[in-house]
Ligand binder design. Structure first.
Ligand SMILES: NC(=O)c1ccc[n+]([C@@H]2O[C@H](COP(=O)([O-])OP(=O)(O)OC[C@H]3O[C@@H](n4cnc5c(N)ncnc54)[C@H](O)[C@@H]3O)[C@@H](O)[C@H]2O)c1
Ligand SMILES: [Zn+2]
Ligand SMILES: [Zn+2]
Length: 346
């Protein structure tokens, strides 16, 4: 089959590799019908993720059709259409039994396209298939369901639920990339009073408006703290969601939050950020961190099927699998191309 192979920092190739096979009786082999690219794939390609070794097929998001299952797989048969999620779950360890699949101790967690071969290929081997895939609801389009493989559960669990968004809240989202936009979509489910989107790129702010943000702040030109305080009796936002992953934006979030409010960090940080306890200690602020678990995927699938979330809106560009390198180029130059999620289909 053909696959997108990481060949060391700065190097990737779309090339012929061996077909995946069932290695463990809990495995399935899935034909990839639709896949996409994540910012984390770009991090791996830069060499920022040393545990991903050259030779690994990238990708941790897909919708596909089951081709074969191991003898231990109970709930899937060949022909089933499934969502392959960014997080795999052994289903048995302490953390999986607490729905903390991201922290799985039994060989799951973020493994696809990270520690084992991933989904940017014609086929993928999915370990723990019963507990790591989700049946695609009838009538749902692949490119909508695909958005539930990573960005939507990430933003919903680590941003919206950890941030405890409640009706009437002022919610500020710092960073309006695919994850920040997903946080806006998820926050809207709770009828917030206002959603403030903060980003340096006007194109991303325009997208945020389409996803339901009603106040847009370009923090390259305007002071977001002044805007948010101006609309909250000088208090700050009830919930602030960090969706960038740099020290400046985390520190901005702690300035934007009201006393008693929540800062939910989603961003993956590569550098140390300063926690200003000298001003925060007296403000009853809660700060949360997290890796996505995907425990919310069944809920999000129901919301998608009932039309409460418009996931198709993320699909900004379409490619065929053999145009994988063009898809990478378009996604990597999101500033110029306006890419949100590139949809790559067979
Ligand atoms: N915690 C998790 O489980 C998890 C899962 C997936 C992704 N992530 C992380 O979420 C973050 C967002 O992901 P994404 O795919 O949307 O990223 P992205 O790079 O596509 O988007 C980031 C956005 O932040 C904006 N930005 C950059 N610097 C800024 C600044 N100083 N002020 C305001 N805006 C700024 C950019 O213009 C861009 O629109 C990343 O750090 C990613 O690694 C975390
Ligand atoms: Zn991802
Ligand atoms: Zn586990």
């Amino acid at each position: 089959m053909k696959a997108l192979v990481y060949e060391g920092p700065g190097l990737k190739a779309w090339k012929e590799v061996a077909d995946p096979v069932i290695e463990d009786d809990a495995d399935a082999v899935v034909q990839v019908d639709t896949t996409t690219i994540c910012g984390s794939d770009l991090h791996i390609l830069k060499g920022d993720v040393p545990e991903t070794t050259p030779g690994t097929i990238l990708g941790h998001e897909a919708v596909g059709t089951v081709l074969a299952v191991g003898t231990g797989v109970k709930t899937l048969v060949p022909g089933d259409r499934v969502l392959v999620s960014c997080i795999s779950s052994c289903g048995r360890c302490r953390f999986c039994r607490e729905s903390r699949y991201g922290q799985c101790l039994g060989g799951g967690g973020w493994i696809l396209g990270h520690l084992i071969d991933g989904t940017q290929a014609e086929m993928v081997r999915v370990p723990f298939a019963d507990t790591s895939t989700y049946r695609v609801p009838d009538g749902a389009r692949d490119e909508q369901v695909l958005m539930l493989a990573d960005i939507l559960p990430t933003a919903y669990e680590v941003g919206v639920l950890n941030g405890r968004v409640r009706p009437g809240d002022v919610v500020a989202v710092v960073g309006a990339g695919p994850v920040g936009l997903s946080a806006i979509l998820g926050a809207k489910l709770f009828s917030p009073g206002h959603v403030v989107a903060i980003d340096l790129a006007d194109a991303r702010l325009e997208a945020a408006k389409g996803f339901g943000a009603d106040i847009l702040v370009n923090n390259g030109r305007e002071d977001p703290v002044a805007v948010v305080r101006g609309m909250t009796d000088d208090l700050g936002a009830d919930v602030v969601i960090e969706a960038v992953g740099v020290p400046e934006t985390f520190e901005l979030c702690t300035e934007l939050v009201r006393p008693g409010g929540h800062v939910a960090n989603i961003g993956v940080h590569g550098r140390a950020a300063t926690l200003h306890l000298e001003s925060l200690w007296i403000r009853d602020v809660t700060i949360t961190t997290g890796l996505v678990d995907t425990f919310s995927t069944p809920t999000l699938l129901r919301l998608l099927a009932s039309g409460h979330i418009d996931a198709g809106r993320f699909a900004s560009h379409h490619f065929e699998l053999n145009q994988m390198l063009d898809a990478y180029d378009t996604f990597a130059r999101a500033g110029e191309t306006g890419a949100l999620k590139v949809v790559i289909s067979r």
